[in-house]
Design a protein. Sequence first.
Length: 256
Amino acid sequence: MRPMSAAPHAPPPEAVPPGLTALVHRPAEGPPALLFLLFHGHGQDEEAMQPLLRALAAEYPQAAVLSLRAPHPVDAAPGEAAPRGWQFFSRRELDDENRELRVRAQLPGFIDTVRRLQQHFGVPWTHTALAGFSQGGIVALDAVQQEPRLAGRVLAFGARHVLPLTHAPEDTTVHLFHGMQDTVIPYQLPVMSARALIGFGGDVTADILPDLRHELHPQLIDKALYQLRHFLPQRLWREALADAPQDRPAPGSAGG
């Protein structure tokens, strides 16, 4: 675990469970009310998500915001020097068939990490958001498809679903953010996901911005903050309607 050096209230060494490496922001006082878990792309590390971490920490000071290192070092080809950085799954000899197998293999460990951190911080799944770029976004998107009630929201930047979409995650809002000039993951893929999720009755938004490439761009971060502030999930709408007083005809009236 590595606390944020710029944080005025640096977390203690036990800020994350053993075996995890992360940048951590915690509220200055009191327990966290929200939990944001951030996951980087291939060949990066926890530092790569700092712009999003800082934006979320500033917007939600009572949140715990963690940028987590992926579980595996990037693998090298035989005879090559080991490259720097970390990964969720290897990109060596990657194709459509083994991509799905590799993502599936990572989901149990990813889901376990999310559950451990929810328990560690005492934050329920409804108040948890997963945010990932590229590979980090892929595993976050597919994890909520596989595991019910894992997180209330997913923020996926430059990412896509890999596993076949057969349903929308129950009571989980999916936010997709993508650059139209992304040549690593073409923007048409998240657009197809958004249409499929809407067809299944899911909560989904898709912000596709021109001129942006495969990057965690400040404009995409701004869009994410906007969606967090303004998009009301169906679950909250249902709860609001359930709590609203019901208009009933007065006794003896004709009604209508």
